[in-house]
Ligand binder design. Sequence first.
Ligand code: FAD
Length: 408
Amino acid sequence: MDGRIDFDVVVVGGGIVGLASAYKIMLSHPDIRIGVLEKEGKLAAHQTGHNSGVIHSGLYYAPGSTKAQTCIQGRRELVAFAKKHRIPCEICGKIIVATRQNELANLERIHQNAVESNIEGVEEIGPDEIKEIEPFCQGIAGLRVSCAGIIDFTKVAEKLGDLVGKKGNGNQVLTSHQVIGFDKHDFYTRVVTNQGAFAAKYIINCAGLQCDRVARLDSVAPKMKIVPFRGDYYELTEKAKEKVKALIYPVPDPALPFLGIHFTRTIDGRVECGPNAVFSFKREGYGKTDFNWADTWDALSYPGLWRMFFKYWRYGLGEYARAFSRKLFLRQLQRLVPSLQDDDIKPCKTGVRAQALEASGRLIDDFRIERQRNSIHVLNAPSPAATASLAIGDRIKQIATEYFKLGE
Ligand SMILES: Cc1cc2nc3c(=O)[nH]c(=O)nc-3n(C[C@H](O)[C@H](O)[C@H](O)COP(=O)(O)OP(=O)(O)OC[C@H]3O[C@@H](n4cnc5c(N)ncnc54)[C@H](O)[C@@H]3O)c2cc1C
């Protein structure tokens, strides 16, 4: 290295959070050079390309939390971005449906969140209105959320990558570049990849399922570990897909960061059902029996994992059973759409969520972004981070502008 700086900012990770951050920094600081380094051969290869494709409204999250604020702001920006760049997106609305008396208090709590967070177009509905909106769905009470929608997040990520990479001022979006180390120097960091090294003034870690490991490469000892949760989806067959018009969700368990198995009409007209949430023995493993020694040892040697298992063993066993039993998965779906039969569903995709876990066994609920002297680490960006990505990008840009003195 000859003292030349390749990039002012290197973003590690070409998922939607890394790309949105690069995009927002580019808009505010058009003269600086940004490099996005993605280890896979394409962008959006992990969480961003394996999710439900739902534009969330923001009502699940505690009012005032980063999740709630960025989801609401990010949703509005995302819809405007999709419109501007002609990315197919539909605000089809969704319903959240209670099927049992003991879910009503949680349904009310979610409604209160919507009121306190000022989320537009949320109204209480009864069994008749549920049937009017979704004729095959059955429930005792619900919420209609008219600002929720659907989109293909891979297309959003690709467009963001395009805009950043084509800026023409030295920006580069490089796939097949895995970051394997950082050599720290006084005024720059040598970012070492499997295809050579780059000198960068600042680092932004948006590595999703690998973010804690990338943080450790930067000598940060994060007070959390990423635990991968696999989510399997089924899809309604051609004949059955008329049973779902848009989005049907159950009332989630407030103790867990997952929304429960739901029905999602996708932007290309299919209907997916899922995902469940089972601990995965491989961080980027999409098969039911995928296994990786390093990932498994890393997880099992962490006391937080055992504390979490102990806390949620009943829920975990149920999810495991559903992962391997089509019959149990179907039974869960039938709680919302009772007429569904075994030949109405077929297995479809799988996704793996990056969920940050504290050593105490607490699943970290809110987004977590930490700053070092010349680096920013996104250490928890689970759902709804795809919806919220442009707003998260804004926050990261603000932190970078303030602490890195970008543009000076
Ligand atoms: C099953 C599932 C359903 C979901 N549903 C929704 C939904 O409907 N709506 C919603 O808003 N959100 C949803 N989410 C959440 C959303 O998809 C994620 O929060 C979001 O995609 C996170 O984006 P990211 O960029 O942080 O992570 P990722 O998309 O995982 O990107 C991280 C990138 O970093 C790369 N990387 C890792 N290590 C390195 C390295 N050393 N060097 C270079 N690159 C590296 C990875 O290859 C990867 O491409 C869902 C998630 C899952 C898994």
